[in-house]
Design a protein around this ligand. Structure first.
Ligand code: ST9
Ligand code: ZN
Ligand code: ZN
Length: 321
C-alpha cells in the first residue's frame, strides 16, 4: 500500500507552446572557449583507472566485502536520490531533522558536491533544460552531458540565469549549511574512511581491498550511474508523457540509479516524489521514502493524480506506455 500523499497539479503550458525551446542553445561557434580544469581531469582519470584495477581484486576479496560494497552503493545513492534530488532540489516531500541529518551523511558518502551546489545546479537544469544555462546541456553531446561538464568551467549563462532562481530555502536549511561548512571532513569520513574500515574491522578484509572496492569502485560506479541520467536518459528512450522534450524513460538507467531514470515523467512532473508513474516499480528510492513515512520521518509527499497523468499522456505523449 502506498502512503497517503498530497496532490500536485501539473504546470500547464500555454496551448500549443513548445516548452524548453524558448531559449535555445547558442550555435557552437558563438560559445566562449572552454576552459579545461586539469585538476578535475587528472582526478577523474585516476579514479577510473583505479576502478579498473579494483575489478581485478574482486575474486581475491571476501564475499561479505562484495555485499557491503553493494549495500554502501545503495546507501550513498539514496543520499543523492532521496536527499539532494527529491527532498532538497525539488521539495517533493518534507523530512524531519533526524532524517535530513542522515540524508546529509549519506549524501556526503556519494561525494557529488555539497547539497547546496547540487540542488542549485539541478534547479537550473530543470528550468533551462537543453540550453547553455543548463549545467550539463545534453545538446553539447553525450560526453559533455555525462562527465565533460565537470571538467571545464561553467558556461557564463549558468551563473547568470541561476542568479534569477530562488535558493533561499536551501540557504535557510541548517543541515545543508552544516554539510557545506564541514564538507571536506565529511567526505573524507563518509566516502573513504567508513567504507574502508568496516570490512577490515568486522571480517578481516585487507584495508587495500576494502579501499579499492568499497570506496573507489563503488564511488566510480555511483558517479557513472548518476551521470547516465544526464547523458543516456537525455538522449535515448521512450517519451510517453511529453514527446516534445529530450528527457526519456530509460530502464537501464532506472536500474543503476536506484529508481531515477523515468526521466520523461520526471521532467514533465518534476515535483512528484516518486519521479515515476509506477510508484514502487523498480524504484528503491520511493520504497525508502515510504518506509521513512511509516517511521514518521517523511511527510507531505506530493504525487501527481493519475487522471492528470493520463490526460497529459493523451495530449503530448508519444503513444508508448
Ligand atoms: C558530480 C555531480 O558528479 C553530479 C551531479 C549529477 C546531476 C544529476 C542530475 C540528474 C539527476 C536526477 C536523479 C539523480 C540520480 C542519482 C542516481 C544515483 C545512483 N546557479 O561551480 P562553480 C555561481 S560531482 C547559480 O565553482 P566554475 C556561484 O556563485 C563529482 N549560481 O563554477 C558559485 O560560487 P559559490 C565530484 C551558480 O568555477 C560560482 O558560480 N566533483 C550556479 O565554473 C562558482 O561555481 C567534481 O568533480 C548555479 N547553478 O567551476 C568537482 N553554479 O558556490 C566538480 C555556479 O561560492 N565541480 N554558480 O556560491 C567543479 O570542479 C566546478 O564546479 C567546475 C566549474 C570546474 C565544474
Ligand atoms: Zn534531466
Ligand atoms: Zn530533477
Amino acid at each position: 500500500r502506498m502512503a497517503p500523499r498530497n496532490v500536485v497539479e501539473e504546470p500547464v503550458p500555454a496551448q500549443g507552446s513548445v516548452p524548453q525551446e524558448v531559449e535555445d542553445s547558442e550555435p557552437e561557434f558563438k560559445r566562449p572557449p572552454q576552459r579545461i580544469v586539469w585538476r578535475n581531469v587528472v582526478l577523474m582519470s585516476s579514479l577510473h583507472l583505479a576502478s579498473l584495477y579494483a575489478l581485478t581484486l574482486i575474486p581475491r576479496s571476501h564475499p561479505l566485502t562484495w555485499l557491503w560494497t553493494m549495500f554502501y552503493y545503495i546507501f550513498s545513492a539514496l543520499g543523492i536520490t532521496a536527499g539532494a534530488h527529491r527532498l532538497w532540489a525539488h521539495k517533493s516531500y518534507k523530512a524531519r531533522a533526524p532524517l535530513r541529518f542522515l540524508l546529509a551523511l549519506m549524501n556526503s558518502a556519494a561525494l557529488q558536491n555539497d547539497i547546496l551546489d547540487w540542488s542549485r545546479d539541478h534547479r537550473v537544469h530543470h528550468k533551462y533544460s537543453e540550453t547553455d544555462a543548463d549545467p550539463h546541456n545534453a545538446k553539447r553531446g553525450f560526453f559533455f552531458a555525462h562527465v565533460g561538464w565537470l571538467l571545464v568551467k561553467k558556461h557564463p549563462d549558468v551563473m547568470e540565469k541561476g542568479k534569477g532562481l530562488d535558493f533561499s530555502d536551501l540557504y535557510a536549511d541548517k543541515i545543508i549549511m552544516f554539510q557545506r561548512r564541514f564538507y571536506r571532513p565529511l567526505i573524507l569520513l563518509m566516502c573513504f574512511v567508513v567504507p574502508t574500515v568496516v570490512p577490515w574491522y568486522f571480517w578481516g578484509e585487507s584495508l587495500w581491498n576494502a579501499y579499492f572496492l568499497s570506496a573507489l569502485l563503488r564511488y566510480c560506479l555511483l558517479l557513472n550511474a548518476t551521470w547516465s541520467v544526464n547523458s543516456f536518459a537525455h538522449l535515448w528512450g521512450r517519451k510517453p508523457y511529453d514527446k516534445r522534450i529530450n528527457p526519456a524513460e530509460n530502464i537501464s538507467v532506472v536500474l543503476s540509479a536506484v529508481g531515477e531514470g523515468f526521466h520523461n515523467f520526471h521532467h514533465t512532473f518534476p515535483s512528484d516524489y516518486a519521479t515515476s508513474e509506477y510508484g514502487w516499480h523498480l524504484n528503491i528510492t520511493t520504497v525508502f521514502i515510504n518506509c521513512m513515512y511509516y517511521l514518521g520521518q517523511a511527510y507531505d509527499m506530493k504525487k501527481t493524480p493519475d487522471r492528470v497523468v493520463q490526460m497529459r499522456k493523451q495530449r503530448t505523449g508519444d503513444g508508448s506506455s
